[in-house]
Design a protein around this ligand. Structure first.
Ligand SMILES: *[C@@H]1O[C@H](CO)[C@@H](O)[C@H](O)[C@H]1NC(C)=O
Length: 433
């Protein structure tokens, strides 16, 4: 079992012959041996390691003059763990982002572990390593399978230096030479999409060479709150003259475009998104003896509808009045409601000291929530003041506000009738006189 931990690394970008080299600080993660774990989880040891990705494709405008070529150590150190991998064939998709990450001071996570091929346990060459790379923030993530290359015998007849920890032959420059045999990548590790909408979960693969009529297995699973289920499974033959793919879409409205799989695109489209589609998706691609995964988070969102309980509010200082703000059918759960008041003479609204009392959340059949805030209008709010209910929610780019202006008290009908009577009586009294 190989488990992946997050570990901070940094790197330097260097330039060499047309392409660019990236030197990544990684850690070699190994299952602890003989560490006497008390029946608990496996123990892992981490050893600092370096990975040089050679010849990352860069467009000319990205070539930075400040880049200097990677210089291997002059005296090979058998204790150092230095991997060299060609990143040009297959090309690492968006590999140039690793260059930018360095310049933008973004953290790159790099972890290396031993990779054992399906069904082969012998330690004969070539050896395989699994590298998991991701750039913070960009959402770019790649899982590489590195295959060691044969080391040319030293012509002077000297013995080949072996890496002490891994027992692998070192090149003249003290590195373990490898090539990328297979990789699975994703352009976006975390995506948000609207309820009832559509989303593309990005996943793709590349391999050294595409042998004719090779079978590709694609599996998309959803993991949520400890439960897992298969969403879609596809088996397809590459470079086959006859179209032969087998698809089992367990979720209605899920699809992988079979025509794109040949180009190494195994992205899945989900339509008519429901709240229950939210979770962690795992895209597993198997080609021949290799298989690797990418993990993608899907968040479903729905912005709230916001309304006030009243259209008009008259100033009545002697009777406490209630105004409610309804925030309905939103997802996810977290929503903030705040009450403000603005007097005609002020420019900035002020937060009302007495905020409304919140109802409990109500959940609807589609998984969305509703919430209300009931405000007892304070007596300090006088005619002409604007009362605003402001709602903040992750699905809203800016908070949503609804407001009303407090109106002058309604002329009271009792006093109107009385006043009318008094005037009438006075009028007749004058006439009679
Ligand atoms: C796969 O194809 C879709 C549709 O053309 C595109 O939007 C997406 O970026 C591609 N993804 C990958 C990983 O190549």
């Amino acid at each position: 079992m190989i488990e992946v931990f997050l570990f901070g690394c940094f790197m330097t970008c260097v330039y060499a012959e047309g392409g660019a080299d990236v030197v990544l600080s990684c850690s070699l993660v190994e299952e602890g041996v003989g560490m006497g774990g008390m029946g608990g989880g496996a123990l892992f040891t981490r050893t600092p390691a370096t990975l040089v990705l050679r010849d990352i494709a860069v467009t000319s405008d990205q070539l930075l003059e400040t880049l200097t070529p990677f210089v291997p150590p002059t005296v090979p150190d058998p204790d150092a763990i230095l991997f060299e991998a060609k990143a040009s064939s297959p090309e690492i998709p968006n590999g140039d982002l690793f260059l930018h990450a360095d310049c933008d001071e973004k953290e790159v996570t790099c972890e290396i572990s031993r990779y054992f091929l399906h069904g082969s346990q012998d330690s004969t060459e070539p050896a395989y390593f699994f590298v998991s790379l991701s750039v913070e923030g960009d959402g770019l993530s790649t899982a590489l399978v590195l295959q060691t290359l044969a080391v040319e015998k030293d012509r002077s007849g000297g013995t080949t230096l072996m890496q002490t920890k891994l027992g692998l032959p070192l090149s003249q420059s003290g590195s373990m030479l490898t090539e990328v045999a297979f990789l699975v990548f994703s352009h976006a590790k975390s995506v948000s999409a609207p309820l009832r909408g559509e989303v593309l979960l990005s996943c793709g693969f590349r391999q050294q060479e595409m042998p004719p009529a090779q079978e590709v297995g694609i599996e998309w699973r959803l993991q949520h709150r400890g439960k897992g289920r298969k969403v879609l499974e596809m088996k397809t033959r590459l470079n086959d003259t006859e179209e032969s793919s087998e698809v089992h879409a367990e979720r209605e409205g899920s699809s992988v475009d079979a025509a794109l799989v040949g180009d190494g695109n195994t992205s899945m489209i989900l339509t008519k998104l429901k709240v229950s589609d939210e979770g962690t998706y795992i895209c597993t691609v198997s080609v021949g003896l290799f298989h690797a995964q990418q993990v993608i988070q899907l968040h479903v969102t729905q912005p709230p509808r916001v309304s006030l309980s009243e259209e008009k509010l008259f100033f009545k200082p002697e009777v406490p009045q209630t105004l409610s703000c309804h925030c309905s059918n939103y997802y996810p759960l977290d929503a903030q409601m705040e009450w403000f008041s603005l007097s005609p003479t002020d420019t900035e609204p002020t937060v009302l000291p007495e905020q409304g009392s919140l109802s409990s959340h109500r959940q609807h059949g589609d998984g969305t929530f509703s919430l209300s805030s009931h405000l007892t209008v304070p007596s300090s709010v006088s005619p002409g003041n604007t009362i605003t209910c402001r709602v903040s929610h992750s699905a809203l780019a800016t908070p949503l506000s609804v407001s009303l202006v407090v109106e002058k008290p309604e002329p009271d009908s009792y006093w109107m009738v009385l006043g009318f009577l008094v005037i009438t009586v006075l009028f007749f009294y004058q006439v009679m006189k």
